[in-house]
Design a protein around this ligand. Structure first.
Ligand SMILES: Cc1cc2nc3c(=O)[nH]c(=O)nc-3n(C[C@H](O)[C@H](O)[C@H](O)COP(=O)(O)O)c2cc1C
Length: 156
C-alpha cells in the first residue's frame, strides 16, 4: 500500500477548542463535530478553561464568538500560548453584525508557530440565541468540514 493510501484509509483525529458565552458557537461546533464524525473522524470538543492545553491531533479547530470585533480574551490568551509545532488548524467564529476581523486576529496570534491553516469560517447569527442557526449554518459547516477533510487526507 502506498503511504497516501494509508493516510486516506486511517481514522483521522480532530480536536476542537472553543469558547461560547451564549451557546451559538457551541452549537456550530457540535454541527461540525457530527459532520466530521460522519466522515469517520474521532472528534473531541473542549470548552476553554484555565489550564486547557491543546493535544496532538491531525487538525486543531479553534472557535470563538466575536466580542467587540475580536475573539474573546480567553481564546486570544489560549492561541498566544500555543507552543511552536507543526500541524494543521482551522478557525471559526460566530458574529452578529458585519463580517468582523476575528479570524484575522486569531490567525495573527498563531502566525510564527509553524502551523498550517487549512480552513476558516465566519457564521452570521441573528441575536444572542439564534433559533434558526442550524438551518442557516448547515451549508457553511458542511463546506468547512469538507475543506478540513481534504487537507487532512491530501497533505503529509
Ligand atoms: C458582549 C458581546 C459583544 C459582541 N460584540 C460583537 C461585535 O463586535 N461584532 C459582532 O458582529 N457581533 C458581536 N456580538 C454578537 C456575538 O458575536 C454573537 O451573538 C455570537 O454568536 C455569540 O457567540 P456565543 O453564543 O457562542 O457566545 C457580541 C455579543 C456580545 C454578547
Amino acid at each position: 500500500m502506498f503511504i497516501r493510501d494509508e493516510i486516506q484509509a486511517r481514522t483521522m483525529d480532530a480536536a476542537i477548542y472553543f469558547t461560547s458565552t451564549f451557546g451559538n458557537g457551541e452549537r456550530v461546533m457540535r454541527m461540525l463535530q457530527s459532520e466530521l464524525v460522519n466522515k469517520g473522524y474521532t472528534v473531541t470538543m473542549e470548552k476553554l478553561k484555565r489550564g486547557t492545553s491543546a493535544r496532538a491531533a491531525d487538525v486543531l479547530i479553534f472557535s470563538s464568538p466575536t466580542h467587540a470585533g475580536s475573539p474573546v480574551g480567553k481564546m486570544k490568551r489560549f492561541l498566544a500560548s500555543m507552543p511552536e509545532q507543526s500541524g494543521r488548524y482551522a478557525l471559526a467564529t460566530t458574529y452578529g453584525e458585519s463580517l468582523p476581523k476575528t479570524l484575522d486576529i486569531m490567525d495573527d496570534l498563531l502566525s510564527g508557530k509553524g502551523m498550517q491553516k487549512v480552513a476558516d469560517m465566519a457564521v452570521p447569527v441573528k441575536g444572542i440565541r439564534d433559533q434558526s442557526l442550524e438551518a442557516q449554518a448547515a451549508g457553511m459547516v458542511r463546506d468547512f468540514a469538507e475543506k478540513i477533510d481534504i487537507a487532512c487526507r491530501s497533505s503529509f
